[in-house]
Ligand binder design. Structure first.
Ligand SMILES: Cc1cc2nc3c(=O)[nH]c(=O)nc-3n(C[C@H](O)[C@H](O)[C@H](O)COP(=O)(O)OP(=O)(O)OC[C@H]3O[C@@H](n4cnc5c(N)ncnc54)[C@H](O)[C@@H]3O)c2cc1C
Length: 311
C-alpha cells in the first residue's frame, strides 16, 4: 500500500481552466480556503493552445488570445489565497467528501466541504461514427491537432480533410491554411455550417475553405498512414474518393463528468458537488465559463462561511 498524505480544505476546485481559475479566485477572495488541482503543468486548461485572438471581449473589453486571457485569469488567481496544485490528477471522489489525488510527490487524500468540477469537456472521436476501413496514423480530433501544433510544435500533415463544422474545426481549418497546408475541404452532415457566425465569416469564408454539406466520411484508407477517405453525399447518394494525409474530426464536445460517475443517488448528485465551465455545459466563449465559475465560487464560499463546516 503506497503512503498517502492527508490534507483538507473548504473548497476543492478540480481543473484550472477559465472556469476553475475564476471559481477558485472568487471563493478564496470571499474567505474560504481553496485548493485548485489540475493535471496539466501549466494553468489555463484549453486556453494556452488557443493562440488566435477572440477571447476576453465580454470580460476585459479587449480582444486577446487564449494565452493572454489565461495569463490575466492566472494573475487574478495568484492575487488570492487559493493554492494552485499543477500536475495533480484527481483520481476519484468519494461520498465522504474526500478526493484521491495523484501527484509527483505521491498520493494525496484531500478532505473538503464543497467540490467544484471544472474539468472541461471531451471531444467526440471519429470512431464514435460507423466508419469502416483501416485504422491508420494521421487521424486526430481538432483539439488534439491544435495541441500538437501549438504546444508541441509538430507538423502533422499537409493535405487536410476536416469532418464536422463546429467552431474548433473551423478555427483549425484557418490555422492549417495560415501554416501553408492545403485544406481540401470540410464535410458537414447537416445542410448548414455549425459554429458561431464569427468563425464562419473569419475562418471559412475569409479563407475560402470548400464546404461539403449533407455529406460524411464513411471509410478511411491507407496503412500505416492515412492516404484518403470515402465521402458519402446524401443529396446524390454518391461516394467520392478524397486523397488526404490528415483527417481532422470536429464532431462536438461533451462535458467531462467522469469523476462524478457513481456519486449520483436518486437522480441527483450530492449537494457538495457542483459543476461549472464546460464540465457543466459547453461554453462557446471562455468569458462565459469564467463568469459562471466566479459566481459559483463566491456563492459556495458564502455558504461555507455562513453555515460552518458541518459534514
Ligand atoms: C479550439 C477552441 C477554440 C476556442 N476559441 C474561443 C474563442 O475564440 N473565444 C472564446 O471566448 N472561447 C473560445 N473557446 C472556448 C473556451 O476556450 C472554453 O469554453 C473555455 O476555455 C473552457 O474552460 P473550462 O475551464 O471549462 O475547461 P478547460 O479549459 O478544458 O479546463 C479543464 C481543466 O481541467 C483539467 N482536468 C480534467 N480532469 C481532471 C482531473 N481528473 N484532475 C485534474 N485536472 C483535470 C484539464 O486538464 C484542464 O486543464 C475555444 C475553445 C476551443 C477548444
Amino acid at each position: 500500500m503506497p503512503d498517502i498524505s492527508i490534507r483538507s480544505t473548504d473548497i476543492l476546485v478540480i481543473g484550472c481552466g477559465a472556469a476553475g481559475m475564476s471559481a477558485a479566485a472568487a471563493a478564496a477572495v470571499s474567505g474560504a480556503s481553496v485548493i485548485v488541482a489540475d493535471d496539466r503543468m501549466v494553468p489555463g486548461g484549453i486556453l494556452p493552445q488557443c493562440v488566435h485572438k477572440g477571447f476576453g471581449l465580454a470580460r476585459y473589453n479587449a480582444e486577446i488570445t487564449g494565452p493572454e486571457y489565461a495569463e490575466r485569469e492566472y494573475l487574478n488567481l495568484c492575487g488570492s489565497s487559493a493554492v494552485y496544485m499543477p500536475g495533480c490528477r484527481v483520481l476519484s471522489l468519494s461520498a465522504d467528501r474526500t478526493a484521491l489525488i495523484s501527484s509527483e510527490q505521491g498520493l494525496l487524500k484531500l478532505g473538503f466541504y464543497e467540490c467544484i468540477l471544472a474539468t472541461g469537456c471531451t471531444e467526440r472521436s471519429l470512431w464514435s461514427l460507423p466508419v469502416s476501413g483501416t485504422r491508420p496514423e494521421g487521424i486526430y480530433t481538432a483539439g488534439e491537432a491544435q495541441e500538437l501544433i501549438e504546444l508541441g510544435g509538430y507538423d502533422i500533415g499537409s493535405r487536410i480533410f476536416i469532418l464536422g463544422s463546429g467552431d474548433i474545426g473551423q478555427i483549425m481549418a484557418r490555422r492549417f491554411v495560415q501554416l501553408g497546408k492545403t485544406v481540401i475541404g470540410m464535410a458537414e452532415l447537416r445542410d448548414r455550417l455549425g459554429g458561431m457566425k464569427r468563425n464562419q465569416d473569419e475562418c471559412i469564408k475569409a479563407y475560402d475553405i470548400p464546404v461539403m454539406l449533407n455529406s460524411t466520411v464513411t471509410e478511411v484508407h491507407g496503412f500505416p498512414h492515412l492516404t484518403g477517405v470515402t465521402l458519402h453525399h446524401f443529396d446524390s447518394g454518391t461516394d467520392e474518393s478524397i486523397e488526404c494525409d490528415t483527417l481532422i474530426s470536429a464532431l462536438g464536445l461533451d462535458p467531462d463528468r467522469s469523476l462524478a460517475e457513481g456519486l449520483m443517488t436518486a437522480d441527483s448528485y450530492p449537494d457538495w458537488l457542483h459543476f461549472c465551465g464546460n464540465a457543466d455545459f459547453v461554453h462557446e466563449i471562455a468569458d462565459s465559463a469564467s463568469a459562471q465559475g466566479e459566481k459559483l465560487g463566491k456563492s459556495l464560499a458564502e455558504r461555507v462561511m455562513q453555515n460552518g463546516k458541518e459534514v
